[in-house]
Design a binder for this molecule. Structure first.
Ligand code: NDP
Ligand code: GDR
Length: 323
């Protein structure tokens, strides 16, 4: 049985990827920094909390990574762990850089010290493109990150490329655009909206405060995107891939469609709060997934409308059960 190790297994993508790998017959190990038992809610949502093996460790602690790799003996490592909320990266900047940036170097070093044949996936981000001049971003688009998070991710991306070139490691970087799901963190805008829509519909909330609703993002479904991660590690050679839908939508239109789904008009509830604007913003992201389609045979299967409806439905059930 093949083993895989996932960092960030308690996060959105970690839970979906663990589910995918279990269904493919892998033994799945997850690195977990034991902070609180509440961290297990996503694995519980997918009913796999008892099927994965958890190993203590943190991306800022190199020796814990070496120990985890020795225990799991993985053929593949998926590095999904990071402080991933862009907004927080201006407040907890060093922490973000340590997990999303230097943490990547730690795990690459841990692989180099233990078993350099392990195949490695790095969770890179469209945030690395930032202020790029190209209206549609692909693997060849120049980077110009706009947030400390984006800068940290770019360090991790280049370290991944460098370890591939320097040590012939099978290291891939997936440059993923925004992807969401019913287990998306509540701080991200899609889930903030779908949770609020459900609460407003059920009479438990009166308004929704948002920041820059003119920002445009290329949103897909996390369940689709973890398949691309796995596919990258099944190829004959390591490479970098953009993973996106190829469509972009404003926060405003995403929000409008969530309210419309439950028969409400967003304009009656949304309040624009300048305090929620970021120090620097990226107006538009739009990815070109042509390479992933051609080489990996991957495409985004879930439309934004279907995704938002799935999230609203899940939040309605969750909030009703709270009562
Ligand atoms: P989440 O924020 O949902 O999950 C992040 C995970 O990382 C959590 O399990 C968290 O653990 C863990 N983590 C945080 N700090 C550390 C650390 N120092 N050591 C070990 N683990 C740590 O993120 P997503 O699942 O949405 O994203 C997965 C990865 O993909 C992240 O690296 C993110 O930056 C990147 N990404 C995400 C995109 C998206 O749209 N979702 C797009 C592009 C890239 P805990 O819960 O205990 O804090
Ligand atoms: P993002 O996602 O920063 O793109 O990073 P987020 O959902 O936080 O923001 C998307 C856009 O919505 C605007 N916005 C708001 N955002 C939040 N969170 N809350 C609000 O109230 C609000 N109002 C407007 C933001 O300004 C932004 O333009 C996500 C993360 O998953 C990263 O880890 C990942 O790398 C990138 O996607 C790709």
């Amino acid at each position: 049985m093949k083993s895989a190790l996932i960092t960030g297994i308690t996060g959105q993508d970690g839970a979906y990827l663990a589910n995918l790998l279990l269904n493919k017959g892998y033994k799945v190990y997850g690195l977990i920094a034991r902070r609180t038992s509440a961290a297990m809610w996503r694995l519980q949502f997918l009913s796999i909390d008892n099927e994965v093996e958890l190993l203590d460790g943190d991306l800022t602690d190199l020796s814990s990574l070496v120990r985890a790799i020795k225990a799991a003996k993985p053929v593949e490592i998926y590095n999904l762990g990071a402080q991933s909320f862009v907004g927080t990266s201006w407040q907890q900047t060093l922490l973000t850089v340590q997990s999303a940036g230097v943490g990547v170097l730690h795990i690459l070093e841990a692989i180099r010290l233990t078993d350099p044949a392990i195949r490695f996936y790095q969770a890179s981000s469209s945030e690395m493109f930032g202020l790029t001049q190209e209206p549609i971003q692909s693997e060849t688009t120049p980077f110009h990150p706009r947030s400390p998070y984006g800068v940290a991710k770019l360090f991790g991306h280049w370290m991944t490329v460098n370890y591939r070139d320097s040590f012939n490691m099978f290291a891939c970087s997936g440059i993923l655009f925004n992807h969401e799901s019913p287990i998306r963190g509540i701080e991200f805008v899609t889930r903030k909206v779908t949770d609020a829509v459900a609460r407003i519909k059920l009479g438990k909330q009166k308004e929704l405060r948002l920041g820059n609703v003119d920002a445009k993002r290329d949103w897909g479904f996390a369940g689709d995107y973890v398949e691309a991660m796995w596919l990258m590690l099944q190829q004959n050679k390591p490479d970098d891939y953009v993973v996106a839908t190829g469509r972009t939508t404003t926060v405003r239109d995403m929000c409008k469609s969530a309210f419309e789904y439950v028969g409400l008009n967003y304009e009656d509830f949304v309040i624009i709060d300048p305090m929620l604007y970021r120090p620097t913003e990226v107006d538009t992201f739009l990815g070109n997934p042509a390479k992933a389609k051609k080489v990996l045979g991957w495409r985004a299967k879930t439309s934004l409308k279907a995704l938002i409806q799935m999230m609203v439905d899940a939040d309605l059930i969750r909030i009703e059960n709270e009562q």
